[in-house]
Structures are given as C-alpha cells and as structure tokens.
Unconditional design. Structure first.
Length: 95
C-alpha cells in the first residue's frame, strides 16, 4: 500500500514554529476548476495543514511566508483529539 500526496500551492499565512523549534506548520491552498452543468467555470480552493518535522524547522521558517509557492511531498495523517466541551475533533493533515 502507498500513502503519498503531492501538493502544489500557495501559503495562506506565514509558517509557525512549534515543539521547541522542531515542528514547522504551514497552511497550503490548492485550487482546481471545472465546468458545471450550466457551462460556467467554477474555481474551488482547498486548504491543507502541513507539518514539517525537522531539527532545522526554526531555520527554515523565514523562507515560508504568506503567498509563497510551495511543493509538498508527504503522507496523509488523521488525528483525533478531544476539543472544547468534550467534543471529539477529527483532523486531516499532511506530514
């Protein structure tokens, strides 16, 4: 089996450094377009949460600024955690 994803998009915000400088979080926007039944073109944007684990995360952060075009190769991960008011939150991210 293979769990691989390739994203080409733009950053929606500056990168965030977390986990004592070991984690770099990015918000990547990808877009696609198609023609609907009425013959009109429709553009859709999808947002992806990307986590880069590296001992150099804090050194890389200045290169990942809002609007920068990025190519991401990674795998999809699914996380589940308890949110406010005991709600279970399920999230998808790219690692």
């Amino acid at each position: 089996m293979l769990n691989q994803i390739t994203l080409i998009g733009n950053l929606g915000a500056d990168s965030e450094v977390k986990a004592n400088g070991q984690l770099l979080q990015l918000r990547v926007a990808t877009s696609s377009s198609y023609k609907n039944k009425q013959g009109e073109y429709v553009n859709e944007t999808q947002w992806h949460k990307v986590k880069l684990w590296s001992q150099y995360a804090s050194d890389m952060a200045p290169r990942f600024t809002k609007g920068a075009k990025v190519l991401v190769l990674g795998s999809i991960t699914y996380e589940e955690y308890e949110g406010r008011k005991d709600l279970v939150v399920k999230a998808r991210s790219v690692k």
